[in-house]
Ligand binder design. Sequence first.
Ligand code: FAD
Ligand code: NAI
Length: 475
Amino acid sequence: MSKQFDVVVIGGGPGGYIAAIRAAQLGFNTACIDEWKNDKGGPAPGGTCTNVGCIPSKALLQSSEHFEHAGHGFADHGIAMNDLKIDIAKMVGRKDTVVKQNNDGILYLFKKNKVTFFHGRGSFVAAKDGGYELKVAGAAEETITAKHVIVATGSNARQLPGAPFDETNILSNDGALRIPAVPKKLGVIGSGVIGLEMGSVWRRLGADVTILEALPAFLGAADESVAKEAAKVFKKQGLNIELGVKISSVENGKDGVAVKYTDAKGAEQTLAVDKLIVSIGRVANTIGLNPEAVGLKLDERGAIVVDDECKTNLPNVWAVGDVVRGPMLAHKAEEEGVAVAERIAGQHGHVNFNTIPWVIYTSPEIAWVGRTEQQLKADGVAYKAGQFPFLANGRARALGDTTGFVKFLADAKTDEILGVHIIGPMASELISEAVVAMEFKASAEDIARICHAHPSLSEATKEAALAVDKRTLNF
Ligand code: FAD
Ligand code: NAI
């Protein structure tokens, strides 16, 4: 007889493994199927995020930032560095260790929470007895049944037509995280989150990086003032970003890659590089899931169709994370996973899409939550803005990192915070205060009246809130 579960989660990325843990906590007999393999063929749960996404990219960002500080930043502190070297193999090895620690951590959490883990590919076989029959194809093949299925199969990098990833010269995020030596010239197509983060890593390590972007505006999703500041800083750092280009062809040769494109002025150009990262977005992944077997509905882009509660068109089949609509972010996937497990238990799981933070882990970091100034204008909302520069923050001066600012946008009448936009040191951490504030529908005045530790970067947040009412104390 096949093994029976209350809940089976297909996919063990942040959406899937978190959903499985929460379902098990709620008392369901739960299994999670994930097919990711480590280099020895063993299980490596954690999905894109853990294996080739959030975690390894942040490990390399940290290493490359240390290198840049040692080369350029330490001198100001009176620390002399002679003969600075970087061992790329060691740096990549450290990143791999960090990844493995996270893989092992998830396997431990499965054990702790009594989640049954299957290493292999999960697919739908048929709807059966009010539930679903699923096949697991791994080292051993087996059939299991589930009353509820949560699909969390994630996403894959989008390929540029005519330029398939070979992960040697033309790299997706996967190859971009394990380039064996610093390329002299690195090309990046797409100035989105991956392009900026991975471009920054390899620039800091010495590569001459050129990013080609199709859109005429830089970082269109960010607040315009943040995007403008970021463009200025990245240019100063030596990141070449060309906007408004149209790629005509990509030739992958023995000596590298030649990218032919039309620039914003309409002139034909060729960019010759040793390696090319293509980071032009990601596509939902349902490869091998066999959704047709049960009639699971996908949209025209291949994403699983879900409603606001992550319900699919099938009873008791749910989908979360990158494989459904909405931002492709690990924390969004996690929140959806928890909410679905709670809904299965008859609770009222909820994800507030208005307070999902965005972070770009460049230097300076960029982070925001809520609406941008241009969105508020487009929505016809009357608002007040307040901004405070890190240049006027004592802790930032002591750190030697005074680039950027915190910006508050608040409702003109009620003072409710509508958006917070940060470019500067530790923006990824500072944004949490804004998320909490917005979740509690706080006003700018609320933040302005809260005691913030001195000296701390968070004082810039308080001052930006004060700036909404034109009463900063330190600027
Ligand atoms: P995934 O993490 O993609 O996991 C899906 C899992 O399902 C995979 O393990 C896959 O092998 C498995 N799977 C698929 N099909 C099957 C099947 N049929 N059977 C069994 N298993 C299957 N987001 C952030 O919030 N912060 C960041 O800093 C960040 N950095 C990123 C950096 C990079 C380079 C990239 C590429 C992405 C980054 N992201 C970041 C995005 C983040 O990784 C994704 O949003 C997140 O991983 C989505 O989680 P998920 O669970 O939906 O899918
Ligand atoms: P992205 O959507 O962030 O950026 C893609 C960029 O490529 C866009 O600016 C787009 O205009 C451009 N583009 C598309 N087609 C093009 C073409 N033919 N020629 C030139 N430019 C083109 O996608 P990216 O960087 O691939 O990342 C995928 C997703 O992964 C992100 O949307 C994000 O959700 C997630 N991610 C999140 C991170 C974080 O939270 N810090 C870090 C990295 C990735």
